[in-house]
Design a protein around this ligand. Structure first.
Ligand SMILES: C[S@@+](CC[C@H](N)C(=O)[O-])C[C@H]1O[C@@H](n2cnc3c(N)ncnc32)[C@H](O)[C@@H]1O
Ligand code: SF4
Length: 459
């Protein structure tokens, strides 16, 4: 598979990433904590029956100036202890409405930088989870880690708590570049961290990179990917730098540097794609690569790939996601619920024994159908109208009506060789791989009236 840069430029326009459907900008503050409680109760009888737990730790000892994540400078010990106490309270409050005999197949810690916490706090929350929930036979227990704060003995301690996956935020191996971006480089060589993790029993380690960072060169990115390939982790992720200074004020500090634009970013994408695929990695989505035997590669082959706010996963492992912590987004069969972003409000709500819900979205039946269609296109690059219609107990014609299907929208994609389609199926070709967001938009009725400029561009 080769990247056709002319085609990517042609279609390089803003569009949603479809990590949720509808996208988070459609969530509404009319959605209340009582709506969330009802949604949690209903979720006990809905599919998937598995439970995924997400814990958000919105703290970092130092804020990287490129950061687009939901985080804050690390507060004092008392504030951290208070936050952890409230996350535990939130878990208790939600568990009251959950059928805790349902199996937990995933636990994901994200942030911020959860590994910069005193690990006693992590252990405390894990104990609570283990005591309240029923864990599946081989749950995926993952943490997003910054290697700046990762001591080698922390890795062993995390493994002893049950963690078996970690993603390491490397971003780039050029330490001068990281320092310009106010980021603390890794404390130990990444290959030592990787070896320690594997020896401690971690099944999978992801390396996260960002391309298009202010002052980053094409060579920086290529060298970083080459170094990663030498270490040969299970998965490699290359995120396109999102520059959103109107939303993340600290990014303004980087505007005196050259910020790579579409042409350079496309070269970066093309180079890493080529290096990784030539060295045996399978491209999973626009930015994820995995070894051929990895469960994500197998799921892509079997058309059973799924995606949520935490990234790609297999249909077997995926559960409805119950999120805890400030800004956490729960993704249930019936819709979405997001916690408040403000730490003060988060703590205040929980001190009053109230769930800290700030907005959400309740899906109608038609929206659930559209979500399913978009997930299939985005993850599995394949749509069988008949198979999806049967899942919702409707006809193929009714399904097409719900998604306001117009084959005319697909003609240009078909002429450009991005997909093949007939009455029954749509199959995205390898040329369409990097334009999957554009293709998905053709199946989304919201895109007919949406202001696309609210979204980032494909590249
Ligand atoms: C929550 S952070 C990961 C954990 C840890 N805090 C770290 O930085 O290593 C998740 C990942 O998002 C990516 N990221 C952060 N800011 C970004 C931005 N502005 N654009 C694209 N990716 C970004 C980075 O690859 C980062 O590792
Ligand atoms: S350590 Fe990670 S989450 Fe924290 S500021 Fe840097 S990129 Fe953002």
């Amino acid at each position: 598979m080769k990247i056709d840069t002319a085609l990517i430029k042609k279609y390089n326009k803003p569009g949603p990433r479809y990590t949720s459907y509808p996208p988070a900008n459609y969530f509404t503050e009319e959605f209340t904590r009582n709506d969330y409680i009802q949604m949690v109760r209903d979720s006990n009888n809905e599919w998937p029956s598995n439970i995924s737990l997400y814990i958000h730790i919105p703290f970092c000892p130092r804020i990287c100036h490129f950061c687009g994540c939901n985080t804050n400078p690390m507060p004092g010990k008392t504030e951290i202890a208070g936050y952890i106490h409230n996350v535990k309270k939130e878990i208790d409050l939600v568990a009251e409405h959950l059928d805790t005999t349902r199996q937990v197949t995933q636990i994901h810690w994200g942030g911020g930088t959860p590994n910069s916490l005193n690990l006693d706090y992590v252990e405390d929350i894990m104990h609570l989870i283990y005591s309240k929930f029923t864990l599946s036979h081989n749950p995926e227990i993952a943490m997003e880690c910054s290697p700046a704060y990762l001591e080698l003995d922390h890795i062993v301690r995390l493994a002893n708590m049950g963690f078996n996956r970690m993603s390491l935020g490397i971003q780039d191996f050029n330490t001068d570049l990281l320092k310009r971006l106010n980021r603390i480089p890794a404390k130990y060589p990444i290959k030592d961290i990787y070896r320690t993790a594997k020896k401690a029993g971690f099944e999978g380690v992801n390396f996260d990179f960002v391309y298009g960072l202010p002052s980053q060169t094409l060579d920086d990115h290529i060298e970083s990917i080459k170094k990663a390939i030498e270490i040969h982790p299970e998965r490699i992720v290359t995120f396109s730098y999102a520059h959103v200074p109107w939303f993340k004020e600290h990014q303004k500090k980087l505007e005196s540097y050259d910020i790579p634009q579409a042409d350079t970013k496309l070269k970066m994408l093309e180079s890493s794609f080529q290096l990784l695929t030539e060295n045996g990695y399978v491209a999973i989505g626009m930015d994820h690569y995995a070894k051929p035997g990895d469960e994500l590669s197998l799921a892509l082959q079997n058309k059973t790939l799924h995606r949520n706010f935490q990234g790609y996963c297999t249909k077997e492992k995926t559960g409805q996601v119950y999120a805890f912590g400030a800004t956490g987004i729960s993704q249930l069969a019936g819709g979405y619920s997001q916690n408040t972003r403000k730490l003060g409000d988060y703590n205040q709500n929980l001190e009053n024994n109230q769930l800290p819900v700030f907005r959400g979205y309740k899906l109608s039946r038609d929206e659930k159908i559209r979500r399913k269609v978009l997930n299939e296109i985005m993850c599995n690059h394949y749509l069988d109208f008949g198979a999806i219609a049967r899942q919702f107990d409707i006809t193929r014609g009714e399904l097409k009506k719900v998604i306001e299907y117009n084959p005319g929208y697909l003609d240009e994609f078909a002429t450009d060789g991005l997909l093949d389609y007939d009455e029954q199926i749509v199959k995205v070709t390898s040329r369409g791989f990097f334009l999957i967001r554009n293709i998905a938009m053709a199946f989304d009725p919201l895109m007919k009236s949406a202001n696309e400029n609210r979204y980032s561009k494909t590249i």
